[in-house]
Design a protein around this ligand. Sequence first.
Ligand code: PAF
Length: 280
Amino acid sequence: MKIVKTIKELRHLLPEGESKNKTVGFVPTMGALHRGHSSLVQRCSRECGVTVASIFVNPTQFNDKTDLARYPRSLEADVQLLQATGCDVVFAPDEKEIYPQPDTRLFDFGLLEKVMEGERRKGHFNGVAQVVSRLLDAVKPDCAYFGEKDFQQIAVVSEMVRQLGLPVEIVRCPIVREPDGLAMSSRNALLSPDQRAAAPLIAKTLFAAVDKVCSVDLPALKQFVASAINANEHLRLDYFEVVCARTLQPVASLDDDCAKQACIAVYAGEVRLIDNVRLA
Ligand code: PAF
């Protein structure tokens, strides 16, 4: 496995244009890797000739600077995990390499970014689009792999790829969970023992909502989820939304005729955890 820090070194290593004889797969990450990331890398290396993973904690997607400062960083362990999971090239640039000048581009994702994470974390998806477009431009992959825990991120990145006409397939990969159900996230490392013990209630409540969907209406489902989460002293519900899985717009009723996704964000102290599940 090769580790490079510059786009020039990366381009030197990767096949391109006429000489290209292998497909290139890409897994963008912010490091602090876990089994969710390994599953993306493993799938990428099964499906592509060359697997590239990036490690870059992108400042432009953090609307809260203390969140950026405390974001977990573990480069050595990350490199070991990538080595063990079949990654061929690690791209670990510094900030100047990705942003030689400040990126002032403003994307417009319409209603996709007006709900849930986009509504609460102003500028977050603009920052994600800035960095992902730069990384895609550097790696020039045929396929890029994203985990469905960040359900809205996949919708926004797919829309960005469509708007910019980028020749890359966005591959959605299922959420990987801890044995107790908690969705894998780099932020789980920030939980205190009490918060960690409480956190599986998030997935448990989502799965209970799936079981209830045929027997209650939308307000009752929302009430059930809010009560279940807020009853735990270590958790506080930020939002629970049932949205159309394609447009991400909240449904008016559980009888709406579309594939529905139940999406949740919960605070455990200062740590914000998100999760989602298909409802019907
Ligand atoms: O999902 C993430 O880890 C990040 O948002 C991404 C896609 C690597 C962009 O910084």
